[in-house]
Design a protein around this ligand. Structure first.
Ligand code: UD1
Ligand code: UDP
Length: 359
């Protein structure tokens, strides 16, 4: 690796739509880059499909770490990256979001004295029972460049004593990807492919707090079935939840359509045409905000409050979900609110300019 190269580390589904615009913009600035895929996600539908659809460059290396406990997965990424970074020292390591791959890469780089840039810095749910919250805090505290997607993140970082000159409000690169692909989202096409009526609900579920416990899964399935009593539900199911949710009878409602995870273009097309989205995903809360699609988030908190203040997002519980869906359907889509600041399609370019200036 050339000594002035930027090393991007990505590995899980939400990393890919965030990395694509940053890599593209750095290319325009003539910055030499390498991309390491950690292999945290490995199914074609969780990984490769994003490379094809978003025209991401082929990774220079795939560490192939696969699944495992937090410690074993994080350790495998750390060991693989340490070897690479010692042999081929990058000028800067860029990590994305709050996944274990980002934590591992940031720790390795920081201990080798290699500067770290964190894309999506400063988000906080203030819920340390979420593994992602621990990752966010640790990554931010070892980062040298912190790229924030929303103003609340700046306040959190300041409260935690992180020097303000390291922090840059740049907008949201995941939204760059959404805006860059607006012409490629084919609502009629996906509706026809899945034989869906005009009005339908899209759901995604993968948070440990929702899908890891067999008893909770029974309650969640009951709640999802009550939604399916109103409208057909399409659930492209993340592999994490499949066993518990299916054992809890998820498939037994005839209006509940459980399918494999979708490619990015198909998934956002489906979301764009939905009457309501039910989710526990971070990225989907943001995408629905931009698309103006009502979003009900099945979580007790969100690290993305801007999707509530500026978007169409609401937090719900298993017991309030069905009622929330019914009232949302009765109200219909709300008038558009102000878009979050700098969610304008140019976050990748802002990040690239700052990186290019610091190299
Ligand atoms: C991870 C992130 C989470 C993010 C999510 C996005 C961490 C701690 N969690 O959660 O923040 O919201 O990705 O999707 O990094 N599996 C497959 N095929 C795959 C990948 C995973 O079958 O390609 C299954 C395996 O059974 C695995 C389970 O999913 O054990 C969980 O995968 P893992 O990467 O550990 O965490 P996610 O739940 O995907
Ligand atoms: N996504 C997708 N196919 C799916 C579900 C989600 O392409 O079947 C996309 C979604 O549009 C967003 C990203 O995956 O861009 C979000 O990833 P995920 O929900 O897995 O992670 P989170 O954002 O919760 O960390």
């Amino acid at each position: 690796m050339p000594a002035d190269a930027v090393l991007h580390v990505a590995g899980a589904r939400p990393n890919f739509p965030k990395a694509a615009p940053v890599i593209r913009a750095l290319d325009r600035h003539g910055v030499r880059q390498r991309l390491v895929h950690t292999g945290q996600h490995y199914d074609d539908r969780m990984s490769e499909v994003f490379f094809r659809q978003l025209r991401l460059p082929e990774p220079d290396l795939n560490l192939g770490v696969g699944s495992g406990s937090h410690a074993s997965q994080t350790a495998a990424v750390m060991t693989g990256l340490e070897e690479l970074m010692v042999a081929d020292r990058p000028a800067l390591t860029v990590v994305y979001g709050d996944v274990n791959s980002a934590l591992a890469a940031a720790l390795v780089a920081a201990k080798l004295g290699i500067p770290v840039a964190h894309v999506e810095a400063g988000l906080r749910s203030f819920d340390r029972s979420m593994p992602e919250e621990i990752n966010r805090v640790v990554v931010d505290h070892v980062s040298d460049l912190l790229f924030a997607t929303s103003p609340d993140a700046l306040a959190h970082l300041e409260t935690e004593g992180i020097a303000t000159e390291k922090v840059h409000l740049v907008g949201n690169p995941m939204i760059d990807t959404l805006l860059a692909n607006l012409d490629r989202f084919d609502v009629a096409g996906i509706r026809a492919a899945l034989a869906l009526p005009e009005r339908y609900v899209v759901a995604t579920l993968h948070r440990p707090g929702n899908v890891d416990d067999a008893a909770d899964a029974v309650d969640l399935v009951k709640a999802m079935h009550s939604v399916a009593d109103h409208l057909p539900v399409v659930l492209p199911l993340h592999p994490r939840g499949r066993r518990h949710l299916e054992n809890a009878g998820l498939l037994s409602h005839r209006a509940m359509r459980v399918i494999e995870p979708l490619g990015y273009l198909e998934f956002v097309s489906l979301v764009r045409g939905a009457a309501v989205v039910v989710t526990d995903s971070g990225g989907v809360q943001e995408e629905t905000t931009m698309l103006g699609v009502p979003c009900l988030t099945l979580r007790p908190n969100t690290e993305r409050p801007i999707t509530i203040t500026h978007g169409t997002n609401r937090l719900v519980t298993r017991s309030t979900l069905a009622e929330a869906v019914a009232s949302t359907l009765a109200t219909g889509r709300l008038a558009a609110r102000a878009t979050p600041p700098l969610w304008d399609g140019a976050a990748g370019e802002r990040i690239a300019r700052i990186i290019a200036a610091t190299l």
